[in-house]
Design a protein around this ligand. Structure first.
Ligand SMILES: NC(=O)c1ccc[n+]([C@@H]2O[C@H](COP(=O)([O-])OP(=O)(O)OC[C@H]3O[C@@H](n4cnc5c(N)ncnc54)[C@H](OP(=O)(O)O)[C@@H]3O)[C@@H](O)[C@H]2O)c1
Length: 361
C-alpha cells in the first residue's frame, strides 16, 4: 500500500501546533487538528498551567531513552509539550529540569508498576505516543503485560491519535546476507527478538482497538552523538566481548538518531494504519569496517591519542557468532515517508559526530 510520495525531508519545524493532516483512513474526530485538551486529575505542571495553549501537539514517550530524548528535544524546540517515563528518580529530575514532564515506570519494580494507571490517565491526554521500552525476558513487553488496563484506561475520552512502536530489525533473524524488506518473512533467532515480534503484533492490535494510527519502526543499530563507534573507541579503546561477537555479523544495518527523528516526524505528517517501516541507512556494513573508519577519524582529529586503535582491537576478535546476517532495505521509508537520509552511510554519520565533539581525550 502506497500512502503518498512526498519528496524531501521533513524538518520538525514544519510540525506546527495542532497540525495533523487529515487521513482518510481515520475517523474525522481523530484527525481534527483542534481536539480539546482536557486537564487530567493530578496532571503535571504544563497540563494544569492555565497560561499554556489550550490546543497543542503533545508527545508521550513510554521510555525516555536515547532516541526518545533526542526526538523530544527537537519537538520541545518547536513548542510541543513532551512527557515520558523513566525508571529512576535521578533521571526523572534531570529530564524534568530540561522541561519534560516525567513519570516513573519500571516493569521490574512493583512499587513503580502501581503508578501505571495514573500515568496512563495522563498519557491519554497526549496526542502522540512513542513506545521505546524494549521487551524483557520472562515478562515480554513491560507495558503490554497490562493490556487490559491500557485498553480500559485509554478507550474513553482523551486525545490519542498516533502511536509508533520502536522495534528492531532483529525480528528478521538470519537471512543469509539477503536484502530484506518489510514483507520478508520474520524469523526471530533469539528470545528477545521473538518477544519483539510479539510486541509488534500486540501494539498493532491495541492501536486498532483504540482507533489509533499505529506504525512499527524496525530500527537498525542506533548511533548518534554520545553513542557511536567514535565514542566507544574514545571511552574504552577496545571492543567488549559482546562487541567482538557482533563484529562478525556482516552487513549490520544502522541508523543515525537524527534520521530516526526525521522518519518519526515524517510519519506524524503521514500517519498510517498498521504500517511497518524498516528504519535503516543505505549502507549495511561490517562492524569492523565502521570501527576502522571511526579510528581513522579520531587519529586525524587527535593524532596518536587513542589508547588502542580499532585495528588493534580487531586483532583481539576471535571467531564469533555469524547470526543475524542481512541487508535491510529502507525503500519503503523513502518512498512512502519521503525521508531523505541526512546520514545515508555511517561515514557521514560518524564524521558529523566527531565534527561536533570538543576535545574529548
Ligand atoms: N540500541 C540499538 O541499536 C537498537 C536497535 C534496534 C532497536 N532498538 C530498540 O529501539 C528502542 C529505542 O532505543 P533506545 O536506544 O532509545 O533505547 P534506550 O536508550 O535503551 O531506552 C529504553 C527506555 O526504556 C526504559 N526501560 C527499559 N527497561 C524498562 C523496564 N523494565 N520498565 C520500564 N521502562 C524500561 C528505559 O528507562 P530509563 O530511561 O530509566 O533507562 C529507557 O527510557 C528500544 O526499544 C531499543 O531496544 C535499539
Amino acid at each position: 500500500m502506497d500512502i503518498c510520495h512526498v519528496p524531501g525531508r521533513f524538518p520538525v519545524s514544519t510540525l506546527r501546533f495542532g497540525h495533523v493532516p487529515q487521513n482518510p483512513g481515520l475517523p474525522r474526530s481523530q484527525t481534527s487538528p483542534y481536539w480539546p485538551y482536557v486537564a487530567a486529575a493530578g496532571g503535571s505542571r504544563s497540563e494544569t498551567d492555565p497560561s499554556g495553549p489550550t490546543y497543542r501537539n503533545r508527545m508521550f514517550f513510554l521510555g525516555m531513552g536515547f532516541v526518545a530524548q533526542f526526538f523530544a528535544q527537537e519537538l520541545k524546540n518547536q513548542g510541543w509539550v513532551v512527557s515520558g517515563t523513566c525508571t529512576s528518580i535521578l533521571k526523572k529530575n534531570e529530564l524534568g529540569e530540561m522541561g519534560f514532564d516525567m513519570y516513573l515506570f519500571d516493569a521490574n519494580e512493583p512499587e513503580l508498576v502501581i503508578l501505571l494507571p495514573s500515568t496512563l490517565e495522563i498519557m491519554k491526554y497526549h496526542t502522540h505516543v512513542v513506545v521505546s521500552i524494549p521487551p524483557v525476558v520472562g515478562i515480554g513487553d513491560p507495558v503490554l503485560q497490562h493490556k487490559e488496563l491500557l485498553r480500559s484506561s485509554l478507550t474513553d475520552g482523551g486525545n490519542l491519535q498516533w502511536l509508533c512502536y520502536l522495534s528492531s530489525t532483529s525480528v528478521y533473524g538470519d537471512c543469509g546476507g539477503a536484502w530484506v524488506d518489510e514483507d520478508y518473512p520474520t524469523s526471530p533467532a533469539s528470545e528477545l527478538a521473538n518477544l519483539r515480534l510479539i510486541a509488534e503484533k500486540r501494539w498493532l492490535s491495541l492501536g486498532d482497538d483504540l482507533g489509533l494510527s499505529t506504525q512499527i519502526f524496525r530500527l537498525g543499530g542506533i548511533y548518534g552523538p554520545g553513542r557511536s563507534a567514535v565514542d566507544t573507541i574514545i571511552k574504552q579503546g577496545a571492543l567488549s566481548e559482546g562487541q567482538k561477537m557482533r563484529a562478525y555479523r556482516k552487513f549490520t544495518s544502522r541508523i543515525h538518531v537524527e534520521d530516526i527523528s526525521q522518519a518519526l516526524t515524517a510519519s506524524i505528517h503521514l500517519p498510517s494504519r498498521r504500517r511497518v517501516y524498516n528504519i535503516v541507512d543505505d549502507d549495511p556494513a561490517p562492524r569492523e569496517e565502521v570501527f576502522a573508519y571511526a579510528s581513522d577519524l579520531i587519529e586525524k582529529k587527535w593524532p596518536g591519542r587513542i589508547k588502542q586503535s580499532a585495528s588493534q582491537s580487531e586483532s583481539l576478535i576471535g571467531k564469533g557468532s555469524r547470526r543475524g546476517k542481512k541487508r535491510v532495505s529502507n525503500a519503503r521509508m523513502k518512498k512512502e515517508l519521503g525521508v531523505r537520509l541526512l546520514h545515508p552511510s555511517y561515514r557521514s554519520g560518524l564524521q558529523s559526530i566527531i565534527n561536533h565533539m570538543e576535545e574529548a581525550l
